[in-house]
Ligand binder design. Structure first.
Ligand SMILES: [Zn+2]
Length: 134
């Protein structure tokens, strides 16, 4: 993973801001995450996951972040794409925005946000050259 790759991913993710849900509270995010992690498509690939805590985030730089050890998602922006991005961090083996991370994120977006969000994100990843850098 390189910084360049992370930058290209963030650029590609911008297309997702027009898709998906906005959540009014952390409680709504928790209920949404419960429904995602209990879905058949989720359990089939990732199995059981511990309960995920959602906490507010004070950073002005980031929309969210994830603590893989504590299974906590910190959110400043409670949108579906940010929630799924942080969920992908919990599921990935490292803290990197590597190909494995993007593979998980594509799977989450395809199943939770639907075909159009997935195909637009896929298109943007290719257009930004995400797969051209390592
Ligand atoms: Zn990230």
């Amino acid at each position: 993973m390189s910084l360049n790759q992370q930058k290209r991913l963030y650029q590609a993710e911008r297309c997702l801001w027009g898709h998906g849900r906005d959540f009014a509270s952390n409680q709504e995010v928790i209920e949404y995450l419960d429904s995602v992690v209990q879905s058949d498509w989720f359990v089939k690939r990732y199995g059981w996951v511990p309960p995920i805590r959602v906490e507010p985030m004070r950073s002005t730089k980031w929309a969210g972040c994830a603590d893989r050890q504590g299974y906590v998602i910190y959110l400043k922006r409670r949108t579906e794409n940010v929630v799924l991005h942080e969920l992908a961090h919990l599921l990935n083996y490292s803290d990197q925005h590597d190909h494995s991370f993007v593979d998980i994120m594509l799977h989450l977006i395809r199943n939770a946000m639907g075909f159009y969000a997935w195909s637009e994100f896929m298109y943007e990843l290719k257009r930004e050259g995400y797969y051209d850098v390592i």
